[in-house]
Ligand binder design. Sequence first.
Ligand SMILES: O=c1ccn([C@@H]2O[C@H](COP(=O)(O)O)[C@@H](O)[C@H]2O)c(=O)[nH]1
Ligand SMILES: O=P(O)(O)OP(=O)(O)O
Ligand SMILES: [Mg+2]
Length: 211
Amino acid sequence: MGKFAVLDHPLIQHKLTLIRDKKVGTKAFRETVNEISALMAYEVSRDMPLEDVEVETPITTTTQKQLSGKKVAIVPILRAGLGMVDGMTSLIPAAKVGFIGMYRDEETLKPHEYFVKLPGDIAERQLFVVDPMLATGGSAIMAIDALKKRGCSGENIKFACLVAAPEGVKALQEAHPDVDIFTAALDDHLNENGYIVPGLGDAGDRLFGTK
Ligand SMILES: O=c1ccn([C@@H]2O[C@H](COP(=O)(O)O)[C@@H](O)[C@H]2O)c(=O)[nH]1
Ligand SMILES: O=P(O)(O)OP(=O)(O)O
Ligand SMILES: [Mg+2]
């Protein structure tokens, strides 16, 4: 089974509390989602492999560490996942970005894929799939299905969200037990409309000012 981690760094917790407030407007919501995503990138990338490299400092020659593993791609699930991209790339600037567009049917809560655009070498990369909300888990499961269909291995996929519902974590772990899951908060439950409680509402609408 992949790792499941709640990233409880105080700065992450504090910033997440700020954006749960329904009075927070689009600008502050977007900026804070990016700040949280940067802090999460730091934790999510913690086990990236290193190799020794020789460096000549002004004083001497020394053996130090540099990143050695697979190149990274960040894969936001549109729209809401877009809000996490700038924060992630602020820490991993060389990452490529792939896009999976998905919306949830409001009645059935089933995800519908409407767009996929990925780097050509996606199967060779370490992937960070991002979506602020893991609710039923349907969108994340379908996005990871789409990546596996294109040759990506679950061991190279990490899923990061801001708020997860227990129902979504269970569904994602059952569907993709090889994928690590990181969240800033594990909330209580889903309501009858498929929204996370207490949650923060519809992340896409709050990020882009729609509805
Ligand atoms: O409280 C919520 C719940 C869901 N969303 C949006 O839906 C998908 C995730 O839903 P799944 O049921 O896990 O497929 C996510 O992309 C969000 O955009 C939300 O914003 N707020
Ligand atoms: O999952 P949805 O339907 O909320 O999509 P979006 O992220 O575009 O708001
Ligand atoms: Mg939405």
